[in-house]
Write a protein that binds this ligand. Structure first.
Ligand SMILES: [Zn+2]
Ligand SMILES: [Zn+2]
Length: 254
């Protein structure tokens, strides 16, 4: 199993997970054309893509889902709430998934996990391969719950949101109502909350942490590096941060 980010941030998110020559996308917040271009940079053929799992209806996650899946003739999986909001309940490619009810795709066991975020029924995902490796993808949540800590414990790789620095958010360009939303329990994870989760799920098997959904207006990437480096026992420069406009390298879980 390996994964890569096609891009991460408020203007679009998509993560590709590959296993035995087939792949799935977690979210498709880019246009079909841009998604396929980004996949090509990872030497992926569109025919390898078997499904898209959607976390929630916000456009930076769901914008390209329907057109991509229609073009490639593949299904997309979402919660009932996400599908209702997107008006996908009657769509022939839609498959309903529920929190806590694992499904199997491309040989991976995928468990949807409900998270607190201001969407209809948001889910995030943990994936296990048959060899026992575990990957966690976690973004767009306003707070940490025992449920989340439980599900993301034991990961060998973790892609997690580090959205904002609380002080930069307060002095930044957002209007007060949006600031309250982002900082709230159903908003986005601050750098400190990200670090707290990493500390709580840290164990000897966790080999890779990638921080994403980093705000361009309310954060400073160096702050993320400085917070995570001591937890990961690495130099700040070696903390892996995802980019909005750059496709990441593959990371292989072994
Ligand atoms: Zn988002
Ligand atoms: Zn969102």
């Amino acid at each position: 199993m390996k994964y890569a980010s096609l891009g991460s941030g408020s203007r679009g998110n998509a993560t590709v997970v590959e296993h035995q020559g087939e792949c799935i996308l977690i979210d498709c917040g880019f246009s079909r054309k841009s998604t396929l271009q980004r996949m090509a940079q990872l030497d992926l053929d569109p025919a390898q893509l078997k499904a898209v799992l959607v976390t929630h209806e916000h456009s930076d996650h769901a914008k390209g889902v329907q057109t991509l899946c229609d073009a490639l003739d593949i299904p997309f999986y979402t919660s009932f709430g996400t599908a209702r909001k997107m008006e996908w309940l009657e769509h022939s490619r839609w498959r309903c998934i529920r929190s806590e009810q694992p499904l199997e795709l491309i040989g991976l066991k995928i468990t949807p996990v409900c998270v607190p975020h201001d969407a209809q029924e948001p889910l995030q995902y943990v994936m296990n391969n048959p060899q026992g490796m575990k990957l966690g993808i976690l973004s767009d949540l306003g707070s940490l719950t025992p449920h989340i800590v439980e599900h993301y414990s034991g990961c060998h790789a973790l892609q997690i949101e580090a959205n904002h620095d609380p002080h930069l958010l307060q002095v930044g360009p957002y209007p007060p109502s949006l600031r309250v939303r982002v900082a709230g329990n159903y908003g986005h994870l601050s750098n400190q909350q990200c670090a707290e989760l990493v500390a709580r799920v840290q164990w000897g098997g966790l080999k890779r942490v990638s921080a994403g959904h980093i705000s361009e207006k309310n954060n400073d990437r160096n702050l993320v590096r400085e917070l995570l480096a001591p937890l990961l026992n690495c130099h700040p420069a070696d903390v892996d941060l995802l980019e909005q406009d750059v496709v990441s390298d593959w990371y292989q879980l072994t």
